[in-house]
Design a protein around this ligand. Sequence first.
Ligand code: FES
Ligand code: FE2
Length: 447
Amino acid sequence: MDTSATHFNEATVKEGSAPLTGRHGLGQEIPGFRGARPTVPLETLFREIQEAADLPLRQARTLPAEAYTSTEFLAWETDQVLGKGWICLAHVSQVPKPGDFLNTEALGELLIVVHGKDGEIRVLSRACPHRAMDIMPPGFGYDGHGTAEVRDGQSGCGHTRLFLCPYHHWSFELDGSLKGCPEMHQAEGFCRDEVGLRPFRCEIWHGFIFLNLSGDAGPVAAQYAELGKDIEGWDCASMKVVIAKEWDCPFNWKVLVENFMEGYHHLGAHCKTLQTFMPAKHTWTEAERAHSMRVNLPFKEGVAADPSSEFAQVPGLDPDQAGQMAVYLGEPNFMMFTGPDRAFWYRIDPITPERSRLLTVCLLNDQAIADPDYRAKLAVTEKMLVDFHLEDMEVCTAVQRGFYAKGYQRGRLSHLEMPIWLFHRYLAARMRDTWPTIDRPAAPSQR
Ligand code: FES
Ligand SMILES: [Fe+2]
């Protein structure tokens, strides 16, 4: 794709370090007038989403625009959907050794994922328990300053013996407990053992490190039981992050989830890329599940493997797994897709109703990394990832514009957009404080 014709900048990729990382500073505001859309009461929006979700797939329609523009609705989603679910923050290969850490953010929380001296991986808050400073703000503190070093060229990744708040030099052990706090001996009743970086609930599943902010979600392994079976063959826990790219997205987080999950848009947005080997009309969605979904994107017959970018097939995959890509959603926002030789993980984090931060990650196994042409193949893989993702960025940005137009109309969905309908059923179920398939019959598979 000729990216010069798009609104977006070409990737800035750091060379010479593995994994390849880059922040796509798109910094793009949605062009044009907006803000005149009157807000609807949350109860009205809930009712309209519930009504849409209760329609059969053949009658399915899109949601009111306010579901993608309302601050109040995003606040509800943050609290009741994203905050109560499991949010994937990182992969174990990004913090392989004791002392390794990675800084990230989710739902406004400032977070450190850290591999402790005891071997345990924890998720801690970066908000200092003294005067609230982010102890590792981007561009300050640990990036070339303080006790930690940037590791493997990955921004936000480091290795340290302890955490040090740059403001008044309180220091913390890797488990978050307070180690040092100068000149606090006159503070009456101050008890060092009661102070520390706040820990959050975290679980590791198939090598992915998940956070649950509400603290009461059921175990990841139980919620994603079917998803675990889907991806078992790839042995994701032993894979490594080889490409990680961050994108500044001028659209609502659900726009990306809906785009990611349906293969219908191969016809338009990816007509020169994905459509040529994974035609939209052959894509199909598995039966509805409570916490995840799976969509199959079979390869067109006769399409040959591309030796310039493909690695050896993951051992043990069955012919079905090897003959297609599959796209998965672990609700609310853990997105993956797998191919015969690789796995991708996407993480979308809402910032405002119309702005999100997206991380796109490629994972490979040791066999692929040992390929004699690894560097060259990785470069081709990265270019492909950027090129087809730019196609998605274009359409997602333009969709968000449509939500502010007076001419906005709620549309009808194709059967190939079943994942969007399932996602709306999931949202509606969260409004009823339950999960899809618990109080409604599960929708059947398209095969
Ligand atoms: S704010 Fe962190 S030491 Fe004062
Ligand atoms: Fe796409």
